[in-house]
Design a protein around this ligand. Structure first.
Ligand code: CDP
Ligand code: MG
Length: 697
């Protein structure tokens, strides 16, 4: 495929067209790329744009309860500010400095970078915590990186987060649901703990609206003057960096297949442009793995004897070794191509990138409270994201960004900003967390962006049906509290709770662990046919969940052998993770009083337990449907079994799905067969008024 490019009408400095003009490209390193990678870590630190603001930042934190730091990606906010705080004594006396990130992979990457810069072992003075992985030491850790979700969980045992002196909420512009809830709660905590300092760091925040959210001084006018301690009015600081221009090119014609277009664009950059690494933005593991494969093939057929490309994927769930490859300097004479999700948009900086290829899409969660369906959709990004992506090309010298869409499309179709996640996801998990923290008036909660009332009502209804809340919308005891304690979606937690009564907790813990991991199949290896054949060795007629049990059994039986995994197209890294997660879940289950028991192959009880959690995702095959069309019982949404499922083309009449993904259709991932009578057993309130016609056999 050959594409034709048109330079954008916007002048190369498209990135300073933000209102207020605070956002510039920061060029952290000297423009001579030869020095890149060789300067000592200390020198590199001093060259970062935030370094010049070190004292100002420390002064603001000293004198203000809340400081907002805005700075272009790569300016050093995440890796430097926690270190400055520590150097200034904020971690003295056993206190801890926290820095939150929306993404797990970013937590790991920045923590290991900071440990390296400080010359300490990761897990000692600098540590991190993500769900199911805690690399901190309660005695030693002074700087702790964690996901915002984990910090929310910490509030359940320490409501005032008393061990932290400063909490830096990073990547606030992403407006993840946990970030928003966290900001609302931190504002409450600050009222009780005025000594707690907050730093809100972001690449593009509309700083003023955030400042207004945290500005409590207006309500108590004049009180600041008399009061000792920090000012309650937030301070705003923007870190400016010298910018390298990025020239933007648009596709002349709409691109029919962004994956192929991305691959051919990389090849033409490689063949025609001077050295410099390439960063490609696609949407998720599936299309990234496919692109890596395609590009590897193309580059081998390229005719150039050296090939010269090092092709690497970047998405969450990558092993540590693969992550390290992405961050390590490109070998001389090679050109690195990193194919990434939007994690490389602002969370992580890759040095050496000069060319960006932007598909214009990312995977986003969307929830429709009317049909009660939450969906992971490949959707157009916002203009703000497109600008951020382009910005990644201007780090070491002037760069180029190739957008795989037309300029008209950019101007007319892309929204200015993204929609905060809280307005496009199911609120079930968030509501239960707030309830567990004693916040009962959820509608009256001080949200940075209000969720829709419909979504809120739906969430309460689902939680009521799950038996998590009672008639007064209070957490039930013990079930509601137990479910809140398990760090998983309430539906999975409910499944675990139900498995206790049904006597199959060992099996359900395995299923819960597998479901918490993206995929246990080595789907990027070999042909689809080989993979399908391998899957059939484990296939269970009852569906994917039971199939997972077979894979897990096989993995244990072969003594967790990597060779066995390879032979069976099972992803060894993923299985190791399953074992780790399962161990943690097992401990949590024991702590909340669940008996560990196996049902020895009785798949009916296993499926009943799944139904107890996921009854809301029940579907029935449409009568006379040869196309495999299902409809959800609630909402009558049209859905199909995903080709990756064991039950694809089998099409049993009644099934429950775990999650949905949308491409051309809505596809159900991970499905299991059920008996419809279990639904009314599991959730009488949810299904009672529908019973007569929905349950027609
Ligand atoms: O947070 P912000 O985007 O402002 O910057 P940062 O993440 O603190 O990155 C500052 C510098 O550290 C950049 O030059 C990154 O390339 C470098 N860094 C790195 O080399 N390896 C990491 N794992 C993280 C950051
Ligand atoms: Mg950062």
């Amino acid at each position: 495929m050959s594409l034709f490019w048109k330079p954008g009408a916007e002048k190369p400095q498209l990135l300073d067209d933000e209102e207020g003009g605070v956002l510039f490209f920061s060029s952290a390193l000297s423009s001579s790329s030869s020095s890149y990678g060789y300067a000592s870590l200390e020198k590199q630190r001093q060259r970062l744009p935030v370094y010049k603001y070190r004292n100002s930042i420390l002064y603001l934190v000293e004198t203000h309860s809340t400081s907002i730091v805005v700075g272009e990606t790569g300016s050093g906010k995440t890796t430097q500010i926690p270190q400055y705080l520590k150097e200034a004594g904020w971690a003295d006396g056993g206190r801890v400095i926290a820095c939150t990130q929306p993404r797990r992979l970013a937590v790991q990457a920045v923590a290991s970078r900071v440990a390296e810069e400080m010359g300490v072992k990761l897990g000692d003075e600098v540590g991190y915590t993500i769900r199911f992985e805690d690399l901190t030491n309660s005695e030693l850790t002074r700087i702790k990186f964690l996901t915002d979700g984990v910090l929310l969980r910490e509030m359940m045992t320490d409501p005032l987060l008393s061990k932290y002196s400063v909490i830096m909420v990073d990547e606030a512009h992403e407006r993840s649901i946990s970030t928003d809830i966290l900001l609302g709660l931190l504002k409450k905590i600050q009222r009780r703990r005025p000594e707690l300092r907050l730093i809100i760091a972001s690449a593009t925040i509309e700083a003023k609206s955030m400042a207004a959210f945290f500005d409590t001084s207006k309500k108590r006018r004049g009180s600041d003057d008399k009061q000792h301690g920090p000012k309650t009015e937030p301070a705003i600081l923007s870190v400016e960096g010298r910018g390298f221009n990025v020239q933007v090119f648009y596709a002349e014609e709409p691109v029919p297949d962004y994956l192929r277009a991305a691959v051919s664009t990389v090849m033409s950059i490689h063949n025609q442009e001077p050295p410099g690494d390439i960063l490609v933005f696609l949407t998720g593991q599936d299309d990234i793995d496919a692109a890596v494969e395609l590009l590897t093939e193309e580059s081998q057929n390229n005719g150039k004897p050296s090939g010269g490309l090092t092709i690497l994927p970047l998405y969450s769930g990558l092993s540590r070794a693969d992550q390290d490859l992405v961050f390590s300097p490109t070998p001389r004479g090679k050109r690195k191509v990193v194919i990434s999700t939007n994690i490389a948009e602002t969370s992580l900086t890759l040095e050496g990138v000069v060319y960006v290829v932007d598909s214009g899409f990312s995977k986003q969660r969307f929830y429709n409270p009317i049909t009660d369906v939450e969906n992971l959709i490949v959707a157009p990004i916002s203009k703000a994201s497109a600008r951020q992506r382009a910005g990644r090309a201007g780090r070491v010298r002037p760069g180029k960004c190739y957008r795989l869409y037309t300029e008209e499309y950019y101007v007319n179709e892309l929204s200015t900003e993204g929609i905060p996640e809280i307005q496009r996801t199911s609120l079930v998990s968030s509501v239960i967390q707030l309830k567990a923290l004693g916040i009962d008036n959820i509608l009256g909660f001080d949200w940075p962006a209000s969720p829709s009332p419909e979504a809120m009502i739906r969430a309460l209804e689902v939680l009521y049906s799950l038996g998590v809340i009672d008639d007064d919308a209070k957490l039930t005891s013990p079930a509601g509290f137990q479910i809140a304690e398990i760090p998983l979606e309430p539906m999975i937690s409910k499944m675990i709770l139900a498995s206790d009564e049904l006597g199959c907790s060992e099996e359900i813990l395995t299923i819960a662990s597998v479901l918490s991991i993206q995929s246990i199949w080595a789907s990027s290896r070999g042909s689809q046919k080989e993979l399908d054949e391998a899957k059939m060795r484990f296939a269970a007629a009852e569906g994917d969940h039971v199939t997972f049990l077979n894979v897990y059994k096989g993995f244990l039986k072969c003594n967790k052998s990597p060779t066995w995994c390879h032979k069976n197209f099972v992803n060894y890294q993923a299985m190791k993770k399953v074992i780790e997660v399962r161990g943690q879940l097992r401990r949590t289950a024991q702590r909340i009083g669940i008996n560990l028991k196996s049902c020895d192959g009785d798949t009916q009880v296993v499926r009943k337990a799944v139904t107890a959690g996921y009854f809301a995702n029940a579907c029935r095959l449409e009568a006379f449907s040869h196309s495999g069309m299902y409809k959800t019982l609630r909402g009558s949404q049209e859905v199909y079994i995903h080709p990756s499922s064991i039950l694809f083309r089998v099409n049993p009449k009644w099934i429950i799905f775990h999650s949905l993904v949308s491409t051309d259709r809505q596809y159900m991932r991970n499905v299991i067969t059920i008996d419809p009578s279990w639904l009314t057993e599991a959730a009488p309130h949810f299904y009672q008024h529908r019973q007569p016609d929905s349950f027609r056999q």
